[in-house]
Write a protein that binds this ligand. Sequence first.
Ligand code: TAP
Length: 489
Amino acid sequence: MTNVDLSHISGKLFIGGAFVEGRGERIDVLNPARGEVIGQIAATTAEEIDSAVESARAAFRTWSRVPAKTRSNALHRLGDLIAADAHRMAQIMTSEQGKPLNEAKGEILKLAEACHFYGEEAVRVFGEIVPNDQNGYQSQVIREPIGVVGAITPWNYPAELVGWKLCASLAAGCTILIKPAELTPFTALAIAEKVKEAGILDGVVSVLTGKGSIVGQALVEHPGVDKIAFTGSSAVGLHIQRSCPSVKRLSLELGGNCPLIVTKSADIDAAVKGATRRSFRNMGQICIAINRIYVAREIYDTFLDKFAKAADALTIGDGLNNPAADIGSMASADPLAKTRDHLADASDKGARVIAGGRAPEGAGFENGFFFRPTIVADCTHEMKVMSEETFGPLVGVAPFDTLEEAAALANDTPYGLASYVFARDLQEIYQLSAELDYGNVAINNVDAGIMNAPYGGRKQSGIGYEHGREGLLEYFNFKHVRLFHGVGA
Ligand code: TAP
């Protein structure tokens, strides 16, 4: 199919409840599977940022005070509208991000689910009455929305990573300014269309496009923004933390370098299936992608043999023309270059390429950022593939002899986002789940994140949580009201 028509949102910003023609310079947006320009974004100017912050501050005064039920209803309406338009929104995502259409549609439907989840949570924000040290007093702990949120998001999950921040803000009574990734701005603008259709109060949601180093940084530095909710690389997260000129609430969902341990008691076929899905889905461009795999020496060769066959069997294609392909193109030249660099480094240091290792050839692949799912075996921690986040379709594998060695290797990283274990022996499972120093541990499955459990990293993988009650609480300040009423004093 041809690229989708984006003329209605190309060059537009969403400010104060209206789509306005951006006044800043234009930046091309590409379909990464085809190398074709699909539209342009406007670089939001300093004046436009000020005006968006002003409208978000004005809207906050109203939105924070409307009954929780009203905000809940708005979220449910938004979820219904998004689900009803999932196919078109998925086409927009695939056109700018490169993932296969069916997968993009799945992501849009998960965004709709997030709207409903937070719609339910909005009416369940409770305070607490806590005991006092003297009679005659009552202490109430009340939750109040933080204020104006600046949401800065990456390109790998253009709907969900915007959506978690948007939905939590709406539920809590915050207002939000969204700065989507330069590579994938149109999914965010398409979400803004749904916000408008849902009749959400003007100014509650804005979308400001442009470069992170300018528009994102301006939100970080703006005195009118009360909280930054950032998802992206650890390097940029650290830069944001350091460059914030005033005390500001921060949630940082950052990079990972996620291990999988396959013990000798594991169901090998289930481990291979899980490893294939979580190493290569979305071309490995997932913060919780499996980057490195440690396999018990007794089953190492069998695992490698089956894993290589499973990776070779994955289908790859232009996501608009092949909606059901397993994987599409990478999102841009940068992650592809990094993948090639990590592969060359591993090969130079003695790793064996047992699957992939090259771009697919033939018609349809000439102009896109494609690469075959690639496995390198016999890896060591001197190789970048085992010690840095590749963020591409490349995974390293190494054998281990004892469980203690496997846990130590898995924890030998500055990151702490997600880890995975395949094992059937209960003692092995307990030992590893206790020792793995990660915010998420998935055992005998590879889907670490579900909507009603907290999802966050530790160490260099970030601070704060998304999903669950904990994710919603990130958007509140607590207030302690200590009241003397004198009864029983
Ligand atoms: P980054 O380069 O860090 O970019 C993320 C966002 O920050 C983009 O919108 C970017 O704008 C913006 N940005 C860049 N410099 C900025 C600055 N100085 N001030 C404010 N904003 C700035 O990450 P990426 O390459 O898009 O995404 C990949 C990374 O995200 C990986 O490390 C991945 O692990 C991580 N990630 C983490 C999670 C979770 S939940 N932990 C989920 C997904 C991805 P531009 O688009 O203009 O660059």
